[in-house]
Design a protein around this ligand. Structure first.
Ligand code: CMP
Length: 148
């Protein structure tokens, strides 16, 4: 059936994602079941800085850029994730993320994110220090990632 097909399609892909590879296989199959897909065209905004956010994204094909104050703060390709900060910290989106050429993503809503990725929240939080470093190196304000 559809559920089995979807699970099979995403299970292998998810094992290749660094933050998810140490997850319990059963938990990971639950993530696979909850994923939805969406395709963005070149330059289309996936996330808009300052907005309220309820979605976590993983790229399955193509590339995207995180941008703040017109500076590229990160480039994303297959297997990379973004949009976790607004969900972890209940803060507005810290940056804009735009598709670079066509970009296909899978995504989770806030409820599924909390339920399914709750066990790896700690791992997601560890990355915030890297974000801070990048913002400082580029001379950008780090207020967007402080608090909580
Ligand atoms: P969020 O704040 O939900 O939406 C914008 C996303 O950009 C953010 O989550 C991170 O996933 C991502 N991002 C990439 N680099 C940075 C950075 N240096 N500071 C903040 N967010 C970043």
């Amino acid at each position: 059936d559809n559920v089995a097909k979807k699970r099979k399609m995403y299970e292998d892909f998810l094992t290749q994602i660094s933050i998810l590879k140490d997850m319990d296989p059963y938990e990971r199959s639950k993530v696979a079941d909850s994923l939805k897909t969406k395709t963005f065209s070149d330059q289309e905004e996936i996330i808009k800085e300052g907005e309220q956010g309820d979605t976590f994204y993983i790229i399955i094909d193509g590339k995207a850029l995180a941008i703040k104050d017109k500076k590229v703060i990160k480039t994303y390709s297959k297997g990379d994730y973004f949009g976790e900060l607004a969900l972890l910290k209940n803060q507005p989106r810290a940056a804009t993320v735009k598709a670079k050429d066509t970009c296909q993503v899978v995504y989770l809503d806030r409820k599924s994110f909390k339920r399914l990725l709750g066990p790896i929240e700690e791992i997601l939080y560890r990355n915030v220090e890297n974000y801070r470093k990048v913002l400082k190196e580029l001379g950008l304000d780090t207020a967007c990632i402080e608090g909580n």
